[in-house]
Write a protein that binds this ligand. Structure first.
Ligand code: HEM
Length: 274
């Protein structure tokens, strides 16, 4: 009896994961979400708690792995920054998704691909904003797949546009890495962590519905997204436009660890700690 249960366990586990991919519901009353389409999608599918609350690092690692084949190295460092965003608790061991809204500390930043700037839209830096995302989509007009060059141009346009519009615009080396990292993330998880080629249809569903496009044919990439793949893709994205690297900044796994972890990637200091 016990041995037959053991033999069907892998099947049961596969089935329960598949169910998460096909089960999706938007946040309901009392549920919280973040400025991150990745985490929101994971919560909408139930890889993370659907209410978006009490997210621990082990839970986050498992969800990123199961939902999008994103590695524990990335989930651990950025999860650490997530814990730093919990108000009034430096020793927090879990965070809620809406803790991540805090502007410039440690992750949320200006010139997002799909969210307004904090000082421009009454502090709503977390809700999906179609007219902003349309600025990104305009670059993919007539294309069925993404490319590093086009993704890079779309991202750089968000920076130059906001620089001109937002008098309190902030774009330090940390935000530089985070924002390129986020472009690398959507290219990686909706497509390929090495080539950055993803169906534009999948990217739209991911941002606009915060849903994994499983029913449309998407599957988690077989190559894992890690700090190493993200670093390599950031370098390609930077090389594809004129957004010069800030002085003293190098794109290494270590600088990525610092920036994603909430620290200044050049000085190693915790930003806004005091
Ligand atoms: C599967 C893993 C993940 C993926 C695919 C992902 C993807 C993304 C993307 C594409 C954006 C850019 C949104 C935009 O510019 O409009 C973003 C933003 C963000 N992510 Fe994630 N993310 C992941 C994991 C995480 C984790 C683990 C955290 C923290 C614990 C996090 C926190 C954030 C925050 C705070 C933002 C907002 C940054 C901004 O102001 O634009 N993400 N993420």
């Amino acid at each position: 009896m016990f041995s037959s249960f053991i033999s069907i366990l892998p099947l049961l586990l596969t089935l329960s994961t598949a169910q998460n991919f096909t089960t999706w519901s938007p946040p309901g009353p009392g549920d919280v979400r973040s400025p991150c389409p990745g985490l929101n999608s994971l919560a909408n599918h139930g890889f993370l708690p659907h209410n978006g609350k009490a997210i621990t690092i082990p839970l986050l690692i498992q969800a990123c792995q199961d939902g999008m084949n994103v590695g524990a190295d990335f989930a651990t460092v950025i999860g650490g920054a997530g814990l730093l965003s919990v108000p009034d608790d430096l020793l927090a061991t879990s965070f809620d998704l809406d803790d991540l809204d805090e502007h410039n500390f440690p992750i949320e930043h200006d010139a997002s691909l799909s969210r307004a700037d904090y000082y421009v839209d009454d502090g709503d830096n977390y809700s999906f904003n179609q007219s902003i995302f349309d600025m990104v989509l305009a670059y993919y007009e007539g294309m069925s797949e993404t490319s590093i060059a086009v993704a890079s141009a779309a991202k750089y346009n968000r920076v130059t546009t906001k620089e001109a519009e937002d008098s309190k615009f902030t774009y330090t080396p940390q935000q530089y890495i985070l924002s390129y990292g986020e472009t690398a993330l959507y290219l990686s998880v909706m497509g390929d962590p090495v080539t950055g080629v993803a169906p534009v249809e999948y990217v739209k569903i991911f941002f606009e519905q915060e849903r994994l496009p499983y029913n449309e044919g998407w599957r988690p990439p077989t190559t894992q997204t890690t700090l190493l793949t993200l670093g390599a893709m950031i370098l390609q994205l930077v090389a594809a436009n004129k957004d010069a690297l800030p002085e003293g900044l190098e794109i290494t796994t270590n600088t990525l660890k610092l920036a994603f972890g909430g620290y200044d990637p050049i000085t190693g200091l915790l930003v806004h700690a005091l």
